[in-house]
Design a protein around this ligand. Structure first.
Ligand code: PLP
Length: 421
C-alpha cells in the first residue's frame, strides 16, 4: 500500500488538464483563495440546521460564514430568500421538488435531447419524487420552447410545476410567458440555472427571478466561480418550504469547507463577474462564428448562435459526436458529445452533436483571438489536416501562455499541484 501512487495519478491528471484546452461546458477552475477554504478545518466539522439554530456546539464561526453566503447570494441574484446548503445541483433540484410538488403531480420539463437535465426527468430526481413528467413542445430551429403549443398542452395536462433552464442552453428562455401560463393554472415556475449561474450573476443573461420564476436552483461550479455545490433562491413566501426540503429533507451536514469557498467565489463574482460574463459570451460567439465560417453546422444560426457560454455543433457529417469528441481528445481538446433535439434517447452513445463551453478558457484569460486558434485546431483535428501529435503540441504552446486564474483577487496559477513544479 503506497499513498504516493494516488498522487502520481493526480499528477498525471493535472498535467493532462494543464496541457489541454478544457471546453467541457459544466466545469471551471477555482482560485487559490477558494482552494484554501477546501483544505481548512471546516471540512472536518458538522453544522446541521440553520444559522443560530444548530444541533451541535462549535458552530459559531460556521454561522458567520453561512450568514455571509446567504447575504451574498440574495444580493447577487436580487433574491428574497436563499438557501446555500444543497451540496450539488441535483440535490438542490430534489429539494425543490420536495418543496413544490406532491407525489403523483405532473411537471413540465425540457426533454434531455432538447437540452434538459436528467434530474428533470423520471430516470432521475423527478422520478424519485414520483412525478409524472411531460415535455415542452420545442422548436429545433429556434432552439427554444414553443410557447403557444406549450399553452395548449399545459391547459390540458395541468402541470403543478414548470421547469426551465437546461444543460444544453444557447438562448434566453421565455420565463415571463411560462409564468403567465403557470398563473392561469396555479402552478409554480422553477428555473434550473446550473449552467448559467455565473452569467446571471454577471448580468450577461436573464435573471429568472426578476422575470417571475418562483424558485431558482443552480450548481455553483459551472459558469459561477465556486466549488462543487449548489444554491436555491426563491420568493419569500416559499422560504420555509424550501428550507425544510433542504434540511432535514435532503442534506444533513452540508460541507462547510466548500461553503466557505462559495463565499469567496461569490465575492469574486461581485467584483469581477460582469467583465468575465461579458467576455464569456463574446468568446462563445467568436468560436461559433469561426466554426460556422469553416463550414460546420453550428446550431442557432438564425439567432446569432449563442447567448451563453455554450456552442453546439451538429457533427453527423464527420461520424457523429462520439467519434469527433474522441478525435478531439487525442488532439488535446477536451469536450463532450451531446444529444441534439432530433436524437432519440437510444442514441446517447453516439449522438449527433458536440457541446463546447468557453467559460474555463475565459477564466484563464483567453479572448476572441484565441477562439479563432481553437476553432482552427478543432477543424484540423476533425478533418485530419495534421497529426494528433502536432495538434497536441499546438495546444500546449497556446495553453502555456494562459496559466493564471483571471477575475480573482489572488491571480493564482491555474493548475496548482506541488509535484508539477
Ligand atoms: C449540471 C446540471 C445539474 C446537476 O448539477 P450537479 O451539481 O452536477 O449535481 C442540474 N441541472 C442542470 C440543468 C445541469 O446542467
Amino acid at each position: 500500500m503506497n499513498p504516493s501512487e494516488v498522487f502520481e495519478i493526480i499528477e498525471k491528471h493535472t498535467r493532462f488538464m494543464r496541457d489541454s484546452i478544457p471546453l467541457i461546458a459544466s466545469e471551471n477552475l477555482t482560485s487559490l483563495s477558494v482552494r484554501r477554504c477546501y483544505l481548512s478545518d471546516l471540512g472536518h466539522r458538522y453544522a446541521e440546521g440553520k444559522v443560530g439554530h444548530r444541533f451541535y456546539e462549535g458552530c459559531s464561526f460556521v454561522d458567520e460564514i453561512e450568514e455571509r453566503a446567504v447575504d451574498l447570494t440574495k444580493k447577487i441574484f436580487e433574491a428574497e430568500h436563499a438557501n446555500v446548503q444543497p451540496i450539488s445541483g441535483v440535490v438542490a433540484n430534489i429539494a425543490a421538488f420536495f418543496a413544490l410538488t406532491d407525489v403523483g403531480d405532473t411537471i413540465m420539463s425540457i426533454s434531455v435531447p432538447c437540452g434538459g437535465h436528467i434530474s428533470h426527468d423520471t430516470v432521475s430526481a423527478a422520478g424519485l419524487r414520483g412525478l409524472r413528467v411531460i415535455h415542452y413542445p420545442f422548436d429545433n430551429e429556434e432552439m427554444n420552447i414553443n410557447v403557444d403549443e406549450t399553452r395548449n398542452v399545459a391547459l390540458r395536462e395541468k402541470p403543478k410545476l414548470f421547469i426551465l433552464g437546461s444543460s444544453l442552453i444557447l438562448f434566453r428562455q421565455p420565463v415571463k410567458e411560462i409564468k403567465e401560463i403557470a398563473d392561469e393554472i396555479g402552478a409554480y415556475v422553477m428555473y434550473d440555472a446550473s449552467h448559467v449561474l455565473g452569467l446571471i450573476a454577471g448580468k450577461a443573461f436573464q435573471n429568472p427571478l426578476k422575470e417571475g420564476a418562483d424558485v431558482m436552483t443552480g450548481s455553483t461550479h459551472k459558469t459561477f466561480f465556486g466549488p462543487q455545490r449548489a444554491i436555491i433562491a426563491s420568493k419569500k413566501e416559499l422560504a420555509e418550504k424550501v428550507d425544510r426540503a433542504v434540511f432535514p429533507g435532503v442534506v444533513s451536514n452540508h460541507h462547510l469547507n466548500t461553503l466557505a469557498g462559495y463565499v469567496v467565489a461569490a465575492m469574486e463574482i461581485l467584483e469581477f463577474g460582469q467583465d468575465y460574463a461579458k467576455q464569456v459570451v463574446k468568446n462563445a460567439r467568436a468560436l461559433a462564428e469561426e466554426l460556422y465560417n469553416l463550414g460546420y453546422k453550428v446550431l442557432g444560426e438564425k439567432k446569432g448562435f449563442t447567448e451563453t457560454h455554450q456552442v453546439a455543433v451538429d457533427v453527423r457529417d464527420f461520424g457523429g459526436g462520439e467519434k469527433v469528441a474522441k478525435t478531439l481528445e487525442n488532439a488535446g481538446i477536451v469536450l463532450n458529445k451531446n444529444l441534439l433535439p432530433w436524437d432519440s434517447l437510444e442514441s446517447t452513445d453516439n449522438p449527433s452533436g458536440i457541446r463546447i463551453g468557453v467559460q474555463e478558457v475565459t477564466r484563464i484569460g483567453m479572448g476572441e483571438e484565441e477562439m479563432k486558434i481553437i476553432a482552427e485546431i478543432i477543424d484540423a483535428a476533425i478533418k485530419e489536416k495534421k497529426s494528433a501529435e502536432e495538434l497536441r503540441k499546438e495546444v500546449r504552446e497556446l495553453k502555456e501562455r494562459f496559466n493564471i486564474i483571471k477575475y480573482s483577487f489572488d491571480q493564482s496559477e491555474a493548475y496548482i499541484f506541488p509535484e508539477l513544479k
